[in-house]
Design a protein around this ligand. Sequence first.
Ligand SMILES: C[S@@+](CC[C@H](N)C(=O)[O-])C[C@H]1O[C@@H](n2cnc3c(N)ncnc32)[C@H](O)[C@@H]1O
Length: 249
Amino acid sequence: MNKSDTAEVYAWTESGPVYSPASLEDVKNIELLKTACRTKHLFLPDKPQIVRVIYSLFFGKKNKIDYRIGKPSVIPRNFIRQEPWEIEYLYMLAHYSKVGILETGRFNGGSTLISALANNKVKIHSIDFDPQDDAFLINLLDQMKIGKNLNIITGDSQKTKYDSINEIDLLFVDADHSKEGCLNDMVNWWDNLVKGGHMIMHDCYFGCEVQDAVLEFISKYNVEIIVSPYKSHEHRRYPQGSFCHLIKK
Ligand SMILES: C[S@@+](CC[C@H](N)C(=O)[O-])C[C@H]1O[C@@H](n2cnc3c(N)ncnc32)[C@H](O)[C@@H]1O
């Protein structure tokens, strides 16, 4: 990673720092992506104050977090199945990728869009055996004039290798959330990940089998832990949400 003059550091790792936004362009891109974040854990100020007060009085905030996102954009609301703070974290890791990015689990293509907007230089591979609507995703990418570096694969991510996927320095695991499925994804792509490369697992929290998979994985593989897998089910309260972040040693 090259440090920009304006970059702040999220975390120091043995392989170097993990940076937060480094330019106004990044900030604008992240704000745009956040307009399409998952809203189920957010208490959005998009209703009149009186309605919000009455709602809170009767229902509380249902454990939602007060959050402000921009007006709906070209990207549909809830298109990206991530919290706003997770979007920002993944965007920055994708932005600084120098070798290649691979995601398991595309669904709508929310995380695909994050990587494509963050990085137009490295190859970005996305695998899903049952994506929602790739035609819509491709049209959206065309509209936004991004995604020429994308390799969209429809197929299995757990036990299959693809000739088009070589070395990567960012692996985003967000496909099968069972213990076996998540572990298979991590093991299947471990050899493609270069030393110093990043692994992010989504939904790594108490009560989700992804956490069990990550705990077994870190007991066997040589990794540095950047964002701990030991999270309670209140994952939205953590700065990096439900992400666990590892670096290959
Ligand atoms: C949680 S969604 C992905 C969300 C997306 N990453 C995002 O951030 O918006 C999980 C996806 O994983 C896919 N999936 C599950 N098991 C898979 C497997 N073995 N191989 C490939 N894709 C798989 C499902 O079809 C589903 O679309």
